[in-house]
Design a protein around this ligand. Structure first.
Ligand code: ZN
Length: 187
């Protein structure tokens, strides 16, 4: 299960093959270079994104982006991507929303925290209020558009974390629950 999340086949320092073994004084396997001996530690990666909404109440629409890149080319996603060094989670989510959709948003609260242990990632989605229904998709996006709940292409959603975030949103909205944090695991 954890193997998919491992990233080092070769040493980034010297290019020699790495093996996974337990270093002295450690308790789990680490990528260890067979030549220079460097131990490369790996930790989960943060994926940050937004759930951008245009309009209020049951008629509000959500923004989805059709992916122009692999993986999941041609499928729909919420704007999201890898958190960069030097930015906070909320800054990264806003940046991805601008880069992928060219959408201007007012950031709101953190809404979903989903652990994807099998691939070594944590996905964080913030709610966001769209300031305009005009978009300017970047090179990673074929199309950015708004969807009413009944229009969401559920069988063409790129990632399970996106599906789950959308499901939580529509359910909370239907039941008129306050939007508070959902956290869970994707297994
Ligand atoms: Zn090395």
């Amino acid at each position: 299960m954890f193997f998919k999340a491992r990233r080092y086949q070769f040493c980034p320092s010297c290019g020699a093959p790495c093996v996974y073994q337990v270093p002295a004084d450690d308790n789990r396997e680490r990528a260890t270079c067979t030549r220079c001996g460097t131990i490369h530690y790996e930790n989960p990666i943060n994926v940050v994104g937004t759930l951008p909404v245009w309009g209020e109440g049951p008629d509000g629409q959500v923004l989805l982006c059709k992916r122009a890149i692999e993986p999941r080319y041609g499928l729909w996603t919420l704007p999201a991507g890898f958190l960069e060094l030097g930015e906070t989670a909320i800054e990264g989510a806003k940046r991805e929303t601008d880069e992928e959709a060219g959408a201007q948003v007012e950031m709101q609260e953190l809404y979903c925290l989903l652990n994807v242990v099998s691939v070594g990632q944590i996905h964080l989605f913030y709610r966001a209020r769209l300031l305009s229904p005009e978009f300017d998709p970047g090179p990673e996006t074929l199309e950015a558009r708004l969807f009413h709940e009944h229009e969401v292409p559920w069988d063409q959603i790129a990632f399970r974390t996106v599906r789950q975030t959308l499901q939580h949103f529509f359910e909370d909205r239907r039941l008129q629950r306050p939007y508070s944090l959902h956290s869970g695991d994707i297994v």
